[in-house]
Write a protein that binds this ligand. Structure first.
Ligand SMILES: Nc1ncnc2c1ncn2[C@@H]1O[C@H](COP(=O)(O)OP(=O)(O)OP(=O)(O)O)[C@@H](O)[C@H]1O
Ligand SMILES: [Mg+2]
Length: 490
């Protein structure tokens, strides 16, 4: 790709960018949220047309008119935003563009058996007959991966493929990447996780504000050099120091929460101003426990107290009334209104605060609040009036988190809060979490990133197969100890 330029209203997303990939090479494409990574790759996969620039494939100039053409040429993409059709089965999603037919009718037997074979060969434990809507985000991501691998590709683009899967599944994916590489397939790998880049990439290419900011052999670049290219500045400490110890008053107590087949006997206490980390593998039941505390799903047995008062939360409305807030894992579907502006999304859950006499919204105040989050979290957007779905993936995440931070709940539950967010903005989110905690908000954070859980929590509970299998104070937690508990009985 040579001299690629692409503008959207109010943003120059790519400015004279060059990019290349060889047979059998794994190239890490890096950059902060909004740097232009997905846009560049959407151009390569025929989804966007560049304003100017040239693309050569196997030595020939090509014009890519649409994704189909790009795919036929041998370029496939695993999208950052999951693109599956929720009401169809896994198998139908995988073969959507070339469904096997028997005469004019769909050959269901062949469809399911071929899809199952593909999944089994990849070592993915997924039933090809399941409906996509019944799968967790992580499993959906694995279906996307299987789908991209079902084409005869020469170049496979993976846009943050590990953002929702566990370390174990990621290890499986890396194994697959190695095999693909040996077959001569080129892989573009987008990720915000530095360790992964070192593990699998031969070369890294860094974008910053839509321009090339540097590239090099991954073995020859130090993490500091890469971070410097990413941000154009030195990064100080990622995990901010905790200024104040948490209180000793119990704010939330959960006792023997059980939902048959999902989790069992979950008991814990949460203190005022505490940050309690929930670690574990995907599918260990963490999200489900939080959903039941928040009243979006029910339990078979168990009790719960908020500030020493027994409460029975039957709906999310009850939960909000008791001062709970939950930032869901699947933020794109559960957390935002795509056609609303950034400002409207940030102030969505707190509109009441901005409404005065006769429910009239105070637009000035609404705007000021949104602006302060936009600058604090460095949300990259032309303005607060931009429609949120036009933001880059990571910047959408930041806006949705801002919404919940603004609701200033008594108990804030965050499910994988920094997934897909660049290092700089992660640090800002940690800072805000600490500030909220210092003001007395109690926080539960589910995170699959061990350095993050250890770096930010006061205390860590580990779950495996629906049970709590370990508890550590910040000082005693190590990645090894946590992993040991996380894999107990798995
Ligand atoms: N369809 C669109 N309409 C308007 N602006 C867009 C559109 N797609 C991307 N942009 C803008 O282009 C810029 C680059 O976005 P892009 O999605 O390529 O970033 P990214 O590097 O993939 O970031 P992230 O790490 O957050 O996924 C951003 O400022 C984004 O808001
Ligand atoms: Mg992106």
């Amino acid at each position: 790709m040579k001299s690629i330029c692409k503008s959207f209203p109010g943003v120059k997303a790519l400015d004279d960018v060059h990019f290349s990939i060889h047979r059998g090479e794994v190239v890490g494409l890096l950059g902060e949220n909004g740097a232009g990574k997905s846009t560049l790759m959407k151009i390569l996969s025929g989804i966007y047309t560049p304003d100017s620039g040239e693309i050569q494939f196997e030595g020939k100039n090509v014009t890519l008119n649409g994704p189909k053409q790009s795919q036929n040429m041998g370029i496939s993409i695993i999208h950052q935003e999951l693109n599956l059709l929720p009401h169809l089965t896994v198998a139908e999603n995988i073969f959507i563009q070339s469904l096997p037919k028997k005469g004019l009718k769909l050959d269901r037997k062949k469809l399911f058996s071929e899809a199952q074979k593909l999944l089994d060969d990849l070592g993915f434990d997924i039933d090809s007959r399941s409906l996509v809507e019944d799968l967790t985000v992580g499993t959906q991501q694995m279906v996307e991966i299987a789908k991209a691998l079902s084409f005869q590709s020469k170049v496979i683009i993976m846009d943050e493929p590990t953002s929702a899967i566990t370390e174990q599944e990621a290890a499986k994916l890396f194994q697959i990447i190695k095999t693909l590489k040996e077959k001569g397939i080129g892989i573009v790998y987008i990720s915000h996780r530095m360790e992964e880049i070192y593990e699998i990439c031969d070369r890294v290419v860094v974008l910053r504000d839509g321009c090339n900011a540097g590239e090099g052999d991954s073995k020859e670049l130090s993490p500091e050099q890469i971070v410097n290219m990413l941000a154009g500045r030195e990064m100080s400490q990622i995990y901010p120091e905790r200024a104040k110890e948490h209180g000793d008053r119990v704010v939330l107590e959960v006792k023997e929460f059980t939902r048959k087949g999902t989790f069992e006997d979950i008991s814990f206490q949460l203190y005022e101003g505490e940050i309690l980390g929930f670690s574990g593998l995907m599918g260990s039941g963490r999200t489900e426990v939080m959903e039941s505390i928040f009243g979006s799903t029910s339990i078979n047995s168990g009790q719960m107290w908020i500030e020493n008062q027994e409460v029975k939360i039957k709906s999310t409305r009850d939960a909000i009334k008791y001062g709970l807030a939950l930032v869901p894992e699947d933020r794109r579907h559960q957390g935002m209104v795509g056609e609303f502006t950034v400002t409207q999304n940030i102030t969505l859950s707190t509109l009441k605060k901005f409404s005065g006499f006769l429910q009239k919204v105070n637009f000035r105040k609404e705007r000021e609040t949104a602006e302060s989050y936009i600058s604090q979290l460095k949300i990259k957007t032309p303005s607060g009036d931009t429609v949120i779905s036009n933001l880059s993936g990571g910047n959408q995440q930041k806006a949705i988190i801002a919404k919940w931070l603004e609701s200033k709940p008594k108990i804030l539950i965050l499910d994988e809060p920094t997934r897909g967010i660049d290092i700089g903005a992660k640090s800002e989110i940690y800072q805000i979490m600490l500030e909220l905690a210092a003001k007395g908000t109690s926080i539960i954070m589910i995170s699959s990133e061990l350095p993050e859980v250890i770096g930010i929590s006061d205390r860590i509970l580990v779950m495996a197969s629906g049970k709590i299998t370990g508890e550590f104070k910040k000082e005693e937690a190590t990645p090894e100890k946590i992993m040991l508990c996380a894999t107990k009985g798995v």
